[in-house]
Write a protein that binds this ligand. Structure first.
Ligand code: MG
Length: 375
């Protein structure tokens, strides 16, 4: 980034003008001396290429919060894609990041301890915690001049592909989305409506590729879920995500004994501490940085879930290439990747992991390997 632009950005942050709509106290004037951390927080509206429909609502834009930390001439970037279901907004995420400022003044190389301190700043706000964790790791990996995946002891030999998600819409629109995304080998179809059979039949009319389905808690009884899952299995759906409400664990245990295809938890799993309770009720889990609080917690979740015999998926929210690059750095720990968030938006300010066909291609640049800046 150009020095002049950076100084303008930092100056605007000091005046609080970049903290769009945030009720937190504007940033103190950041110090520029070595050993201190300059922190910039910004909210950015992401435009969706298509209306994004889930069982619980439809959106045409998403608001994410971004953080930039700068110290010793090195920049670390992080993204928070807040989850409304957990009472998070871009503004609440930005306010949390502001509160966590003192932690960023300490040794950023001691990132595991820094994460515990970030957690201790306050409850919830997992997306903001993920942004901070990402920024600290990006900064430290850049300081060491290694890619984040290398810092975490991971490689990039394994070929990783991502599914492409088809949001709920009129069936002809969903069919058109499938046609547009012909490079992908597996589609994730959003269901959980009264018209799910029509949706799957409509998709089947335009592709014979494997499908995964995500009901986002849309089916209300275990009998309905079992009937739909059996029917979908016959339509080439290879797994189903969160068919019923998250807290219905007894029903999930009942379902697990009877279904022909794996049932994955998404909304039922937030933190590592949820795992022992939900593990008997599912075949697999969908881990997202924005739910669990970042890269370090995702790695911890992957190890725990594996030990409990669960299959692993790494997923995302609607995120730019910044957040997706952080998830992709650890995707080799997971069986399945659903990291298409940046492909769903038309104004991504960042470039990082590339989706080539449906293959996730990590670069070997230091840190998250992301270029671009807060806009
Ligand atoms: Mg899901």
């Amino acid at each position: 980034m150009k020095r002049k632009e950076f100084l303008e950005l930092a100056g605007a942050a000091a005046a609080g003008s970049l903290l769009t709509g945030c009720s937190a106290k504007p940033s103190e004037a950041p110090a520029a001396a070595s050993g201190t951390t300059r922190v910039t927080v910004k909210i950015h509206d992401l435009k969706l290429r298509h209306a994004w429909g889930l069982s619980r609502g439809t959106w045409t834009t998403r608001r994410n919060a971004f953080v930039k930390i700068e110290r010793d001439g090195i920049v670390g970037l992080g993204e928070a894609a807040p989850i409304a279901r957990y009472n998070e907004t871009a503004e609440s995420a930005a306010a949390f990041i502001e509160k966590a400022r003192p932690v960023l003044e300490r040794d950023l190389g001691d990132y595991a301890v820094r994460f515990r301190e970030i957690e201790a700043v306050g409850p919830g706000e997992h997306a903001a915690k993920a942004a901070l964790d990402m920024a600290v790791l990006d900064w430290f990996a850049k300081k060491l001049r290694v890619p984040l995946w290398r810092l975490l002891g991971l490689g990039r030999d394994r070929i990783m592909t991502t599914t492409y998600s088809i949001g709920i819409d009129e069936v002809p629109v969903m069919q058109e989305k499938v046609r547009e995304a012909s490079a992908f080998g597996v589609y994730k179809i959003k269901v959980g409506t009264a018209d799910d059979r029509k949706i799957i039949e409509g998709i089947r009319a335009v592709t014979d590729k494997p499908l995964r389905a995500d009901a986002n808690e849309g089916w209300k009884t275990r009998e309905q879920a079992l009937e739909m899952i059996d029917w979908m299995a016959g339509q080439g759906v290879e797994l189903i995500e969160q068919p019923m409400p998250a807290d219905r664990l007894e029903d999930y245990a009942w379902l697990k004994e009877r279904v022909k295809i794996p049932v994955f938890a998404d909304e039922s799993l937030i933190l590592p501490s949820d795992l022992p309770r939900i593990a008997p009720c599912f075949h697999g889990v969908n881990v997202k940085l924005m739910k669990c609080g970042g890269v370090q917690e995702a790695v911890r979740l992957a190890g725990m879930a594996r030990a409990l015999g669960l299959k692993l998926m790494i997923g995302c929210m609607v995120e730019t290439s910044l957040g997706i690059s952080a998830a992709a750095a650890v995707a080799s720990l997971f069986d399945y990747a659903d990291l298409d968030g940046a492909l769903l938006i038309s104004n991504d300010p960042f470039r990082g992991v590339v989706v080539d066909g449906d293959r996730l291609v990590l670069n070997d640049k230091p840190g998250l390997g992301v270029e671009g800046d807060l806009v």
